[in-house]
Design a protein around this ligand. Structure first.
Ligand SMILES: *[C@@H]1O[C@H](CO)[C@@H](O)[C@H](O)[C@H]1NC(C)=O
Ligand SMILES: *[C@@H]1O[C@H](CO)[C@@H](O)[C@H](O)[C@H]1NC(C)=O
Ligand SMILES: *[C@@H]1O[C@H](CO)[C@@H](O)[C@H](O)[C@H]1NC(C)=O
Ligand SMILES: *[C@@H]1O[C@H](CO)[C@@H](O)[C@H](O)[C@H]1NC(C)=O
Ligand SMILES: *[C@@H]1O[C@H](CO)[C@@H](O)[C@H](O)[C@H]1NC(C)=O
Ligand SMILES: *[C@@H]1O[C@H](CO)[C@@H](O)[C@H](O)[C@H]1NC(C)=O
Ligand SMILES: *[C@@H]1O[C@H](CO)[C@@H](O)[C@H](O)[C@H]1NC(C)=O
Ligand SMILES: *[C@@H]1O[C@H](CO)[C@@H](O)[C@H](O)[C@H]1NC(C)=O
Ligand SMILES: *[C@@H]1O[C@H](CO)[C@@H](O)[C@H](O)[C@H]1NC(C)=O
Ligand SMILES: *[C@@H]1O[C@H](CO)[C@@H](O)[C@H](O)[C@H]1NC(C)=O
Length: 333
């Protein structure tokens, strides 16, 4: 099955908003924010050997500055409508010993490009007998077999959903908001059908209902202004493209959904769901000189310092770099 990547828009401003993905029958993965083609096959022993630096970028939400990570458009909406969707969730198996200690890395059974893949993982606890070594299980099939053959392995489904996109090994996360309380997703190793994979744990997803986000740009698709988000309940957003006249393009004056609607601009809806957890949302601007900042609420409840429950985590190495500048290709499957 070949998916053709279609260049929808080329950003003229720094806006690492949507990443690209190309799939083929060998599960070739391309996960990139820069537009460069980077490939590796999991059947050659690695998901991808090309790390990505996921840097936050600044957008707007309800007239407040908001910094977001673009973790890509890899999640299948379970009902794709242009204006609001349900994002699907798929199981992740999280092994524990009966005493509550982790019994190994988490196990998944779908990768980006697999039909039905989603970045939203429903946590399934796997209770492993204490005599089993760490990482006794590296595939979902082995867990299911063991759970069914009376060996004392139990699978306990929870309703906890976590935002855990699969990423190339050694990928890093960088936040440029400057806030000490910003959300920084954890880099975590897991298992897929006996081989290691890496993912980011960007925290709990409170609802499977998406919110809208607006690309702002010219009719030819060139993005000219920071993205505008609406709603703080989920890191998953329905992508809409707003066409503004040249007199508005690049002025960075649209800061809320209400302002976009008031402008009566042409809006193209899409069925694309982008995974963009907010790292930080600034306080509403005031006309006084001091604006104290507050951390993002709602979008992700695991903080960089908090210990995420369920999927387990190691702190990502954080490298402060400059925001990505230059052209960013937005590719749509
Ligand atoms: C998958 O990759 C292997 C190893 O590179 C190659 O030999 C094989 O032809 C590929 N299969 C397909 C269907 O592309
Ligand atoms: C929990 O059980 C595992 C497996 O028997 C053991 O290796 C680990 O040390 C235990 N942890 C604690 C805190 O008792
Ligand atoms: C149960 O299945 C697991 C996984 O395949 C296997 O390792 C284990 O030996 C089996 N135990 C029994 C009692 O069959
Ligand atoms: C499943 O896990 C939940 C949350 O830890 C716990 O409350 C519940 O008792 C567990 N159920 C079983 C059957 O182990
Ligand atoms: C991660 O990077 C280190 C060097 O920084 C390298 O030795 C290691 O092989 C890399 N891991 C993977 C899975 O690519
Ligand atoms: C990421 O890849 C680059 C280029 O391959 C390499 O120089 C760098 O050390 C890698 N970073 C990590 C954290 O492994
Ligand atoms: C979405 O969430 C609701 C409420 O938790 C749940 O009942 C429903 O099954 C979910 N839908 C999908 C497709 O996961
Ligand atoms: C879209 O139009 C603008 C303004 O004319 C131009 O600068 C830009 O290069 C165009 N982009 C594309 C992809 O054609
Ligand atoms: C919006 O849709 C129209 C009609 O399909 C198309 O011509 C136009 O380029 C689209 N604009 C953007 C910004 O995607
Ligand atoms: C605050 O500043 C904005 C422009 O930045 C202006 O529109 C608004 O009227 C001002 N509000 C007050 C209360 O001065």
């Amino acid at each position: 099955m070949i998916f053709t990547a279609v260049a929808l828009a080329v950003a003229a401003v720094s806006l690492p908003f949507a990443s690209a993905q190309v799939c083929d029958t060998n599960k070739t993965i391309l996960l990139d924010q820069s537009g460069a083609v980077r490939k590796a096959s999991i059947h050659q022993g690695a998901l991808a050997r090309y790390n990505i630096t996921y840097s936050s970028a600044q957008g707007w939400i309800d007239d407040r500055k908001a910094w977001f990570y673009n973790l890509g458009a890899h999640s299948t909406p379970s009902n794709a409508t242009p204006t609001g969707s349900i994002v699907a969730s798929i199981p992740i198996l999280v092994p524990y010993y009966p005493n509550g200690t982790r019994a190994g890395n988490s196990i998944i059974n779908l990768l980006p490009c697999d039909p039905g893949y989603s970045d939203v993982w429903q946590v399934n606890l796997v209770i492993v007998p204490p005599t089993y070594p760490l990482n006794a299980f590296t595939s979902a099939a082995d867990v299911q077999t063991a759970a069914g053959n009376g060996s004392g392995v139990l699978v306990n489904a929870t309703t906890i959903l976590r935002n855990c996109p699969i990423v190339p090994f050694n990928s890093t996360v960088v936040d440029i908001s400057g806030s000490t309380t910003a959300l920084i997703p954890f880099y975590v190793l897991g298992w897929y059908q006996g081989v290691p994979v890496a993912y980011l744990d960007a925290g709990v997803v409170g609802t499977n209902v998406t919110n809208p986000v607006y690309h702002i740009g010219l009719a030819n698709g060139t993005i000219t202004d920071p993205a505008v988000f609406e709603g703080l309940t989920t890191p998953f957003w329905n992508l809409n493209a707003v066409t503004v006249p040249a007199s508005v393009a690049g002025t960075n004056t649209l800061h809320s959904q209400a302002e976009i609607m008031a402008g009566k601009y042409s809006i193209n809806t899409t069925s694309v769901i982008v995974n963009c957890p907010l790292s930080f949302v600034a306080s509403p601007a005031t006309n006084t000189s001091t604006t104290s900042a507050t951390s993002a609420s709602g979008t992700a409840t695991a903080s960089a310092t908090g210990k995420p429950s369920g999927a387990g985590a190691t702190r990502a190495s954080v490298v402060m770099t400059l925001a990505m500048v230059g052209a960013v290709a937005f590719l749509l499957l």
